[in-house]
Design a protein around this ligand. Sequence first.
Ligand SMILES: *Cc1c(COP(=O)(O)O)cnc(C)c1O
Length: 407
Amino acid sequence: MHGDELTYMTKAYETNWMSTVGENINETERMICELTGSRYAVALSSGTASLHLGMKILGERLYGQARPGHGTLEGRRVFCTDTTFDATVNPVAYEGGEAVFIDTERDTWNMDPAALKKAFELYPEVRLVVLAHLYGTPGKIDELRAICDEHGALILEDAAESLGASYKGTQTGRFGDVSVLSFNGNKIITGSSGGMFLTDSEAEADKVRKWSTQSREDAPWYQHEELGYNYRMSNVIAGVVRGQLPYLQEHIAQKKAIYERYREGFAGLPVSMNPFDAENSVPNYWLSCLLIDEEAMCRSVRSDREYLFVPEHGKSCPDEILEVIRSLNAEGRPVWKPMHMQPIYINHPFVTADGTGRARTNAYIDEGRCPDVGADLFRRGLCLPSDNKMTPEQQDRIIEAVRACFD
Ligand SMILES: *Cc1c(COP(=O)(O)O)cnc(C)c1O
């Protein structure tokens, strides 16, 4: 927090604009349009709510309006990023669709264009693709967009983690047919909670704004002709976002310095940092991650809830490193467990570049025979403490502790 957040929250309080209408909301939407280049922005209560209404608006565009009690994606398959937070894909289920997970590529840890191409061979009827930019790193957007265009498919872009990141000079949040942002407490800009729906269509922006305020029609009484939601951002929350936004570049610079310090600190270790395409993209460095070389992995197994590993000289594994980080009273986490490995989605289709994707048991993965990229990143990768308030001294302690794991 910088102080400006409190000023704008207090302004909402003192003028009694404490609901889902007010200057903070208008100003936050204006600032986001300016920052991303989007024509319209609708402030909502969370990134998840934004994804839900984004899914619904594209579902309607593709398949028409659904009756109450029926999802707009009912009986429809939707291609989804596999290595992501589950909020990216759950809205497919909210709207009655079936998520088909697309494997990850190694260059940016995002959706693999080769796997997406394969998926259209297997499921040529699909018209909607949900794309996330993992950890603030833009994916191979041109390739993915070209494949979608070839098949007449729309893109819902989840830029929740990548505000401020750009690809070929364009901000993420500009690449979807509609796109969404998140201002959750852990994001690079926060409102404590909150999200944003982005579109170039005035009609769709109006529709999402209406849906988010319980679908009230323009009548003297509460008149409802469509299903409504209570998804609008509060003017108090918008005050926090409004106060934070001018500090985006400062936050990115801090995150970048953390990433670079880790990279230098780990020189000589059998590890690499989360990769990005330096030629075409500028990440926002939201989370710094580590991938352990296969040869340097000690023996380790994971069940659905627990893990075990066998310590070994010169080798380590994510769970050993995370234990050490926790012992320093800091917080790390394994790389997002891919959606195709999640029990809730275990029966859903999963497509790898060679077309052989399917649900895998933990044992298969533990043996180091990872058949897909997402499972492999989950097995060997971890997210490092990356808070922008972390001091260089605190970070050095993490680096030292990680180095000691490989002694
Ligand atoms: C945080 C996040 C979301 C959800 O945003 P909320 O504001 O927490 O609902 C969606 N997708 C990704 C990739 C996220 O990291």
